[in-house]
Write a new protein. Structure first.
Length: 472
C-alpha cells in the first residue's frame, strides 16, 4: 500500500468532501487527487527520476500536503526544509541531498541566493509558490501545464519517500530516510492508537516540515477525514479556527497550550467540536495539565514520537477530570508518555541491553515498520542508532509496574552534581507547582565544588511580582 493509492481510494469514496482548508483554499479529495497527479506528472516531464530529491521550503500551506502525495506517486524523495533555517543550515542540507528541484516561497529567495557560491551543484529547476519571480517557474502555472491523469510510474511501498532533518543537537543535522511503508504504517498506527475517525477535522499549526505537523494530516486524510491549516501558531487564530471550521482534533506542544490557556480563559469561543488535544515534543508540567483539563475538559492525550519513527511510539490518555477524586491518578500518570501504539514494540534497557526493573532508569528502544530506514549518507550514525532493527532513541526513562513509560531526559542532558544524577524535568515539575510560574527551564552550570550546579530560568505569569527564588 502506498500513499498514492490511499489518496486515489479516498477520492473515489468521497470525491466532493473537503480534504484541505488552507486560507481561502478549499480543496476536495477529487481536486486534491487531480492536483497531485499534475504535480507528479510535472516531475516526470522535468526528467526527475525515482530516487531523485525535491527540496521544499515554505511556511504552512496546502502545498506541503500536495508535494508529499505527488512525491509518493512519482517515486521521488521529498526534502522538507525548516523555514527558520540559517544560511549555513540550508547550505548543509542542500549539499547533503543535492536536489534537482527546489520549490519555495519567494520569502526565501534572498537566502537561497546567498548560499549559491557554496553549493556543490546548481538546481535544474526553481519553482516559486507565488507568482512567477525572475527566472523561477510559477507553481500554479507548472501544475496546470501537466495532465491530471494517473502518472505512468511503478512505485513500491519500499521506495524512499522523505528525508527529514533532525535538529542536530549533538552535531550536524542528520537526514532521516523514511519509506512509503513507514509513513503508511505510521498513519495506521495513529488512526488506531488515537481512534481518529473519518468525521474528524484536524487543525495543523505545528510546522509541516516537522513530524509533529506531518503525522496529523496523514492520519486524518488516510481515514477520509479533513485538515485545516494555519500558517503558524497564534492562540487567537487557533481558537477562531476551531470555532469556524468545527475542528475536532489538534496537536500542540506544551508551550502552545500555555498560551492557549491564557486566551481561552479571557475570551469566549465555541469549542464544543473539539474532542481531542494531543501534545508532545516537550515535557508537560503536571500543574499545567491540570489547568488544561479544567479549562478544556478531559480531552488530552500525551503522544511520544521521534523523527525516526513517523509518528506515535506511545500514547497516554488519562480518564477522569481534574477534580480532587482524580488528582492522584493525574499525579501518578501525567508524567508518563503511556504505552506503545499499534505496530510499535518498545523496551527500556540498561547499559548491558537488559530490560530495566521498575524504578531503574534506562534507554527507550523501538522496533517496528514505522522505524526509519537509515540516515542519509551517514552509515556510522545509522549503525550506532539501529542495532538489529531496534532504534536507540537516546531518551532515558523509567517503567512502572503497569508498563507505563516515564521519560526522564535525553542521554547526556542530565546534571551530575556531587556524583548525583539530577534530571531537569523533575526539578521543573516542582517549580511549576508555584502559582506565579508560567514557564521554567532547568540547566546545569559549572560549579567548582560540585562539578555542576542546578540553575532554573523562570518566566512569571503576567502581573505577578512574587519572589519565586525565595519561595523555593
Amino acid at each position: 500500500m502506498t500513499l498514492g493509492e490511499i489518496l486515489r481510494w479516498n477520492a473515489k469514496r468521497h470525491p466532493d468532501k473537503e480534504a484541505i482548508v488552507s486560507g481561502e483554499q478549499r480543496i476536495t479529495f477529487k481536486d486534491l487527487l487531480k492536483r497531485v497527479n499534475s504535480i507528479a506528472n510535472g516531475f516526470l516531464r522535468m526528467g526527475i527520476k525515482a530516487g531523485d530529491r525535491v527540496a521544499f521550503m515554505a511556511q504552512n500551506c496546502h502545498q506541503h500536503i500536495e508535494l508529499l502525495f505527488a512525491a509518493a506517486k512519482a517515486g521521488v524523495i521529498l526534502v522538507p526544509i525548516a523555514f527558520r533555517s540559517s544560511a549555513d543550515e540550508l547550505l548543509y542540507i542542500i549539499n547533503d541531498t543535492e536536489p534537482d528541484v527546489f520549490i519555495m516561497s519567494q520569502d526565501y529567495q534572498d537566502l537561497v541566493k546567498a548560499i549559491h557560491p557554496g553549493m556543490k551543484k546548481g538546481f535544474d529547476n526553481y519553482i516559486c509558490l507565488d507568482k512567477k519571480v525572475n527566472s523561477m517557474i510559477s507553481y500554479e502555472e507548472w501544475l496546470e501545464s501537466s495532465p491530471d491523469s494517473e502518472p505512468d510510474t511503478l512505485v513500491s511501498e519500499d521506495c524512499d519517500l522523505t528525508i527529514l532533518y533532525t535538529s542536530g543537537s549533538t552535531g550536524k543535522p542528520k537526514g532521516v530516510v523514511q519509506t512509503q511503508r513507514s509513513w503508511v504504517s505510521g498513519a495506521i498506527n495513529q488512526v488506531c492508537s488515537l481512534t481518529i475517525k473519518g468525521t474528524d477535522i484536524a487543525l495543523i499549526t505545528v510546522p509541516l516540515y516537522h513530524l509533529a505537523g506531518i503525522w496529523p494530516f496523514l492520519s486524518h486524510l488516510f481515514i477520509g477525514g479533513s485538515v485545516a491549516i494555519l500558517r503558524g501558531f497564534d492562540p487567537i487564530e487557533v481558537l477562531e479556527a476551531v470555532e469556524k471550521e468545527r475542528v475536532s482534533t489538534i496537536n500542540l506542544v506544551p508551550t502552545h497550550l500555555i498560551d492557549l490557556l491564557r486566551v481561552a480563559k479571557a475570551e469566549q469561543y465555541d469549542l464544543s467540536s473539539l474532542r481531542m488535544i494531543t501534545y508532545g515534543a516537550a515535557p508537560m508540567p503536571v500543574e499545567v495539565l491540570k489547568e488544561c483539563i479544567k479549562t478544556f475538559g478531559n480531552i488530552f492525550t500525551h503522544v511520544y514520537g521521534l523523527t525516526e519513527t513517523t509518528g506515535v511510539v506511545t500514547c497516554l490518555k488519562i480518564e477522569g477530570n481534574a477534580s480532587k477524586d482524580n488528582t492522584k491518578k493525574i499525579n501518578r500518570y501525567s508524567g508518563s508518555c503511556g504505552r506503545e501504539g499499534i505496530f510499535m514494540e518498545t523496551r527500556v534497557i540498561n547499559s548491558e541491553g537488559n530490560n530495566i526493573q521498575p524504578g531503574e532508569i534506562g534507554e527507550i528502544i523501538v522496533h517496528g515498520p514505522c522505524v526509519m530506514k537509515r540516515y542519509w549518507k551517514n552509515h556510522e550514525e545509522t549503525s550506532k542508532t539501529l542495532e538489529r532493527g531496534w532504534l536507540h532513541t537516546g531518551d532515558l526513562a523509567t517503567v512502572n509496574e503497569d508498563g507505563y513509560i516515564f521519560i526522564k531526559e535525553r542521554k547526556g542532558f542530565k546534571i551530575i552534581s556531587g556524583g548525583e544524577n539530577i534530571y531537569p524535568k523533575e526539578v521543573e515539575d516542582v517549580i511549576y507547582q508555584h502559582p506565579a510560574v508560567k514557564e521554567v527551564a532547568v540547566v546545569g552550570v559549572p560549579d567548582k565544588r560540585w562539578g555542576e550546579a542546578v540553575k532554573a530560568v523562570i518566566v512569571l505569569k503576567e502581573g505577578s511580582k512574587a519572589s519565586v527564588a525565595k519561595s523555593i
